[in-house]
Design a protein around this ligand. Sequence first.
Ligand SMILES: Nc1ncnc2c1ncn2[C@@H]1O[C@H](COP(=O)(O)OP(=O)(O)OP(=O)(O)O)[C@@H](O)[C@H]1O
Ligand SMILES: [Mg+2]
Length: 385
Amino acid sequence: MTHSPLLRSDQTLFRDPDVFELTYLPEHLHHRDAQLKELAFLLGPTLRGGSAGSAVLRGPPGTGKTTTVRTVFAMVQEETRKIAPVYVNCRHDHTVPAVYRCIFKALLGYAPPTAGWCLDDIKQGIAAHLRDHDTALVVCLDDANELLAAGTYNTLLYQLLRLYEKWDVRKAGVFAVTSDLALNLYAEADPSVRSVFHPLEVTFWPYAKAEVREILTDRVRQGLYPGVMPAPLLDRIARIAAEEQDIRVGIDLVRLAALRAEKDGRRRVGSGDVTAAARMVTAPALRTRAARLSEVERELACWIAERSRDGVDMASGAVFEAAQEYFPVGKTTYHEYLNRLAEAGIVDLMPGAGRGRAVRLRYHAGDVVAACRSPDQTCEIPDNP
Ligand SMILES: Nc1ncnc2c1ncn2[C@@H]1O[C@H](COP(=O)(O)OP(=O)(O)OP(=O)(O)O)[C@@H](O)[C@H]1O
Ligand SMILES: [Mg+2]
């Protein structure tokens, strides 16, 4: 008996699935010229025998911080041997030995031996390499807030920036990156660190919708076959990603929507594919938003979601009157709650007919109800015991 093959690679809608991977380095970095220039400016002196400058890179998740640093480092590696750029992912490597091991491996091309080597041996290996090659070290500590949490931030900064004193090498540059906007990585440095750490602040603002659209168009052109993603659907995806202020949401939506169409044996993404993908991708974000609300605000959000599902009048005045039975609060308090829901990004308050505003849910009603009923449930995969 002959079986039809389970997987038919010729039916794929993906021209290059790798471009949707999180680690993919895009061929063209859009709308980050200013940041690229600032980082390149800090590296300039090393080409003339001087030391690299340092920077603190800040911006919400998915604003291109990691990609910008990786792009600069890739360009540097192509152009010169005078700079040794090293990227450290502090989510993975946040102890002092782990960071040095990472630097050692990046410079020498192999991991330092685990047996018989102490930390000073690793440092010495790094210093010897830098001296022999007359190279300036530039370390990117990505997600450096993890170092603060691990209590290693100041030790590492101090040692890296003062490496030159002990080992007679050129002064290193450090790019410290964080997506935590409440955190000031410069202020977190001890006075002894601050005397050698004078970072340039480089800010990454969320992309506007048109910018998201351009980045996604590029990704679609490279990753999918022509005609697979209709322009109006890409527009819708760009809008969702811009509202979530995270370009990753857009990249994921394109991938998931195309996968869904492919699974159904269709050659073109449909509106239902984007809707289904959006529900999957935005669910964790929605839960985070719901968790920021007070209990009564969550109840109101739930109630509004159920009402909107029933398709009744969503003018804010009508919602207020109907809500009285469940939420016997004054008009001012009600509007305060409503404003909180809008600030949390769960509803939009649209200009309505007449004087009032209309309440519009940003998400699928069922998802809002689910998120408000169990706001603390996260989508994270638990660690292995
Ligand atoms: N300007 C851009 N042009 C092309 N692709 C981009 C651009 N900015 C971001 N991306 C893509 O978006 C995704 C997220 O970008 P990146 O990882 O650099 O964000 P981030 O700011 O470091 O986020 P986080 O704070 O969560 O680490 C990556 O897949 C990257 O390829
Ligand atoms: Mg990053």
